[in-house]
Design a protein around this ligand. Sequence first.
Ligand SMILES: Nc1nc2c(ncn2[C@@H]2O[C@H](COP(=O)(O)OP(=O)(O)O)[C@@H](O)[C@H]2O)c(=O)[nH]1
Ligand SMILES: [Mg+2]
Length: 344
Amino acid sequence: MALFRFGRKEEPQAPAAPASAAAGVEPTVDAPAPRGFLDRLKAGLAKTARVLNTDVRDLFKREGRLVDEEFLEELRAALVKTDMGPAAAEAIVCDVRERLRARVVDPEIVLDSIRSQLLARLAPATAAIATATSGPTVILVTGVNGSGKTTSIAKLARLFTRDGKRVVLGAGDTFRAAAVEQLGMWAERLGVELIRGEAGCDPASVAHRAVAKAVEEGFDVCIIDTAGRLQTQANLMQELGKIRRVIAKQIPEAPHETLLVIDATAGQNALSQAKGFKEAAGCTGIVLSKLDGSARGGVIVPVAEQFGLPVKFVGVGESADDLEAFEPEAFLSALLEGAFSAAG
Ligand SMILES: Nc1nc2c(ncn2[C@@H]2O[C@H](COP(=O)(O)OP(=O)(O)O)[C@@H](O)[C@H]2O)c(=O)[nH]1
Ligand SMILES: [Mg+2]
């Protein structure tokens, strides 16, 4: 298996109309990406950045702020609000206490500490997407209902086709006809192939046909959608096992990735999903979607840290261009620059 990094295109682009991928609403993907990579990330993280901005800046409202225990407690409270978790907040507080105790500090010094502590936590929890060394790369996409699986598949397809790859999608959410239609609409707009089955048919048969097409016709990437399920539904988790076995029969090392799509607004549920899906579905990486809709984007820290599942992509909006390979340094720049530039 090889690791694959996407090329990043920063050409200036015209604004795109807001898009919705909800079933029955035409997804808008023809319009070019509205902004460059960092700008999209900044916009996507704006809500979380605002929480950091307001709360951490507020600590410095009083002139000549001294690092004492009162300051450190206020800092901790501000950090915890982003959902980064008590361990990360504690590490930052300890770092600031150790280096800056009894000193008068400005926000930038605290910012540096936040950046370096979070980077140390996030950097080990990232990996580029694994791809096949020869033949098609197969990616299975899982998660609970409404987490953003189908939309993330469209976004992934977009990343791959931009890189010149040929993509076939498998509409493995056979549970609802609308789900197949939704993926069908994206496939048409993105100009990628789609394998679908009758509503209610065995999703493993759709996966089988999608992978067979990819192999026979020399596609580079095959991405398979699945119906939403809870990590606690044993029978549905077994169904994922069957899908995996059917895929592996054709390509022994596939699926090369089993991605778990987690909604960043899910709070603590995000953590139980990561745990449950890793154990029951053999997930290999996380797509954290809807960061743009959450003021608690700090949840990426415990999600990435606690379960040994790397965060591979972050979703920051509803259009096909709103998915970024997760790179901690860029992520933190977007978060912290966004947080600290506005208040000036
Ligand atoms: N704001 C925002 N909305 C998203 C994102 N990803 C998905 N959505 C929306 O979330 C809803 C559910 O997404 P969908 O892909 O159908 O979820 P699925 O049930 O897991 O397949 C849709 O309205 C999507 O447009 C994201 O990154 N940001
Ligand atoms: Mg879906």
